[in-house]
Design a protein around this ligand. Structure first.
Ligand code: ARG
Length: 461
């Protein structure tokens, strides 16, 4: 076994099982690119401040560069003897550049180092996820654009409520994705703060320039308090909360797609590229993609909960518990990206709406009942009175096996003299949708404007 960094202080080596238990290299190797960038910035800062000579600084930067090449070529594959990615890099650096490698850790601790790496990683990932969110919005928008005139039953309590433009329904998810995109932009502000130079917990005796390294790394600010800087994981909690909401939205859409694909609804057809068959039932075509997205949602919620529990009751500053921040974070990032990508493909080419079925569906129910009440209310009958009257009409029509459109003008006029022959046009599904022209409503004119606003927003994003 190779010697640990602290072998001079200790009498004997770690128990092999404890070494495995303690090591984080199997997962924090994912931070290596950020560890290298962070270390390069640190080395440059040390030289800039005259703490190391310019040559030492250059040698360190070049050695770290070489490790990057080795890692990318697959020749640098540290095992658990290195404990974590930070030790692995420092060791390799010393092998490559000799004793000067041992100077890299001047005025630094793994505590500010790991915080720096994690933030750089998350900043990159947030950028990628935001790009996925824009792509997701674009396919929703494309579907919506082709389905402004397609009607779909709108539900409350999963009971037919009022018909909608299908575009309006899809645009609701565009709004959610837009909030998610904005929320991540906001989280990024608190991710992009540098803890580098906070040291182990108290700062350092060397005349470092924290703003200099922060600027090299593209951080907007530096942590004002060293204790806070090394122990803050709020940014990870915020990210996991934002990620959880993304999954909430994807999961709600998934549930709808699963319902829509059922024989009972039959609002969409699943395409072969995004569905699977059964091993026994030859007729099956299953909506695996939305089911998996719905299923994976729980994992991300779990990671949020785990992070909160890890932080609760931790005394300042660094505690090894904080090593537990990474696996959940990495898994959440991977899950969010995977789910967004799969749902984007599903909406782009994995399903087809069935306009004939959808348009027919809204013609066969009482979802125009509100419009009858509105019709009377517009003629001066108090809404509650009109509502009660229509309630009776629905009851008697149901008993007679009729829909509202099947009532004769005589029947309407017996119910109330205010009814006229224009009642038929007023309760036709297309008119029912068109008439809801209030701002943000499902009226076709409103939907067209909403489409345009969303399109402009996406163009400028
Ligand atoms: N692998 C550790 C982690 O991920 C790095 C920081 C270790 N610091 C320490 N004082 N043991 O948290």
């Amino acid at each position: 076994a190779s010697q640990s960094t602290w072998s001079q202080r200790f009498e004997s080596a770690l128990h092999p099982a404890i070494a495995r238990f303690n090591a984080s290299i199997s997962f924090d190797i994912q931070l290596i690119e950020y560890d290298l960038i962070g270390s390069q910035a640190h080395a440059k800062m040390l030289a800039h401040c005259g703490i190391l000579s310019a040559e030492d600084g250059e040698q360190l930067v070049a050695g770290l560069e070489q490790i990057r090449q080795e890692y990318r070529q697959g020749t640098f594959q540290p095992g658990i003897e290195a404990e974590d990615v930070h030790f692995a890099v420092e060791r390799r650096l010393t092998e490559l550049v000799g004793d000067v490698g041992k100077k890299l850790h001047t005025a630094r601790s793994r505590n500010d180092q790991v915080g720096t790496d994690t933030r750089l990683y998350l900043r990159d990932q947030i950028h990628q996820i935001r790009t996925h969110l824009l792509a997701f919005q674009r396919v929703l928008l494309a579907q919506a654009t082709t389905h402004v005139e397609t009607l779909i039953p709108g539900y409350t309590h999963l009971q037919r409520a009022q018909p909608l433009s299908l575009a309006h329904h899809l645009l609701a998810y565009v709004e959610m994705a837009q909030r998610d995109w904005e929320r991540l932009g906001d989280v990024a502000k608190r991710v992009n703060i540098s803890p580098l130079g906070c040291g182990a917990l108290a700062g350092t005796t060397f005349p470092i320039d924290r703003h200099y390294s922060a600027e090299l790394l593209g951080f907007d600010q530096v942590y004002a308090n060293s204790l806070d800087g090394v122990s803050d994981r709020d940014f990870a909690v915020e990210f996991l909360a934002a990620a959880s909401l993304i999954l909430v939205h994807l999961s709600r859409l998934s549930e709808e797609v699963i319902l829509w694909a059922s024989e009972e609804f039959a609002f969409v057809t699943l395409k072969d590229s995004c569905s699977t068959g059964s091993s026994i039932m030859p007729q099956k075509k299953n909506p695996d993609v939305p089911e998996l997205v719905r299923g994976k949602t729980g994992r991300v919620f779990g990671h949020l909960q785990a992070m909160l529990v890890t932080l609760k009751g931790l005394p300042l500053a660094y505690n090894k518990d904080l090593q537990e921040d990474k696996e959940g974070l990495f898994d959440a990032v991977m899950t969010v990206k995977g789910c967004l990508e799969a749902m984007t493909i599903l909406l782009e080419e994995g399903l087809e709406f069935r306009p004939t079925r959808l348009n027919a569906a809204v013609a066969e129910d009482f979802s125009n009942a509100t419009d009858v009440a509105d019709y009377l209310a517009a003629k001066g009958i108090p809404f509650r009175e009109a509502y009660n009257l229509v309630g009776q009409v629905v009851k008697t029509s149901l008993a007679a096996g009729k829909l509202l459109k099947d009532l004769s003008l005589d029947e309407w006029q017996t119910l109330h003299p205010a009814f006229d022959s224009d009642i038929y046009a007023a309760i036709a599904p297309r008119q029912v949708v068109a008439a809801r022209n209030s701002y943000g409503g499902t009226g076709f004119a409103q939907v067209r404007q909403a489409l345009q606003r969303a399109d402009e927003r996406l163009q400028s994003a």
